[in-house]
Design a protein around this ligand. Structure first.
Ligand SMILES: [Fe+2]
Length: 369
């Protein structure tokens, strides 16, 4: 079957934040990212500043308002710091946009071209859940640091003292939280509009009601470069972590961004030393003989994983190591995952129980359970 909506991969994760200057510092020092581009009043952007940081192929743009009354300012007022755009790189923006609209997507920006001395970039945008959008980007004829209108910027701090100077290499997946009963609608949206297909991972009633209080399905493009799990709250004994998110974010939005690392132990050590807080996993997780039998041999001794609270999951294709941060802004909304894959294409389904027990302890501390 021909690909109706070819994609090259994630282009950028775009955040609206209350203080982009300080956020850029946080992602530089704590996540080891490198500042590469900037726009602001000094470059002719009168209303907002934007800092662009990279780590391998992962790119974050942090946008902040310089004055009240702008869309970024309003977004931050309503939602707190959050993700406004999961930008996707595509080979043909016009074709992708036309296909998306023909399949029922809501257009937010018709295809347009931006140019400067470095070449040109074609972009368009469609709406997804909540106030989130997908900008479609073709930068194949562009050599500048990010987009026309941005200037190259020097790194804020020296790179982390690790191999290749980076703590992670790529965005692995981006998860959306949607309202009760809406998960399947958004799964259908990605199937119709982007030609994405379901991946095997599915968290249904069985896990949902007992432990996680959420239901989850994963859609991905044919090459598995762009993976979007979608969660909805499940009716459970206690308040769902998804309900907490929806309440504090003020609607659907991006819940977490998973970052692919090839050395999760070193990455966790660095981030923890820089003050990043991770979800705590109880000793019982590691001492459980069932877990040891289920995961078999992995590349690091289990004691090393236990020391860092790194989780393990295995499926028929291999295994993965993962860990989750606590929310990274004042509201209990967006957080990050670090993931090191060894063959497994999964998302850590086997860890849902341990994970959600840890999340519930945090919810309880916030008085939201
Ligand atoms: Fe994840």
């Amino acid at each position: 079957m021909s690909d109706v909506f070819p994609v090259n991969g994630m282009d950028a994760v775009v955040f609206a934040v209350g203080n982009a200057k300080q956020a850029a510092h946080y992602y530089s020092t704590a996540f080891g990212m490198r500042l590469v581009a900037y726009k602001g009043p000094e470059t002719g952007s009168r209303d907002e500043v934007a800092y662009v940081l990279t780590s391998g192929s992962a790119r974050f743009e942090l946008r902040g308002a310089v004055r009240a009354g702008t869309d970024i300012a309003r977004h931050v007022t309503e939602h707190g710091d959050g993700v406004i755009d999961l930008a996707i790189e595509v080979p043909d923006v016009e074709a992708a946009y036309a296909h998306a609209l023909a399949q029922g997507a809501k257009g937010l920006a018709e295809p347009y071209t931006l140019e400067d001395d470095h070449g040109k970039v074609v972009m368009a945008a469609i709406a997804t859940y909540g106030e989130t959008r997908h900008t479609l980007v073709d930068r194949s004829n562009y050599s500048g640091p990010y987009l026309p209108g941005y200037v190259a910027a020097e790194p804020i701090v020296a790179p982390p003292a690790v191999k290749n100077g980076r703590l992670f290499q790529a965005v692995d997946h981006c998860v959306g939280n949607v309202e009760l009963g809406k998960m399947d609608e958004w799964v259908e949206f990605y199937k119709k509009v982007m030609g994405f297909t379901n991946m095997a991972e599915f968290i249904g009633d069985d896990i949902a009601t007992e432990y996680s209080a959420l239901m989850s399905k994963v859609v991905a493009d044919g090459t598995r470069k762009v993976k979007f799990p979608l969660n909805e709250p499940a009716v459970a004994k206690k308040k769902s972590q998804i309900d907490e998110y929806l309440e504090f974010y003020g609607g659907p939005g991006v819940q977490h961004i998973a970052l692919a690392t090839n050395d999760i132990l070193t990455t966790v050590d660095h981030m923890r030393a820089a003050g990043v807080q991770f979800l705590d996993t109880p000793d019982s997780y590691y001492d459980d003989p069932e877990l040891r039998a289920r995961i078999g041999e992995v590349r690091a001794p289990i004691e090393e994983l236990k020391k860092r609270r790194i989780l393990v999951d295995r499926d028929e294709d291999g295994y993965l190591l993962q860990i989750f941060t606590k929310p990274v802004q004042d509201r209990p909304t967006v957080f990050f995952e670090l993931i090191e894959r060894h063959g497994s294409l999964g998302f850590g389904k086997g860890n849902f129980k341990a994970l959600f027990e840890a999340i519930e302890r945090e919810q309880e501390r916030r008085g939201n359970l």
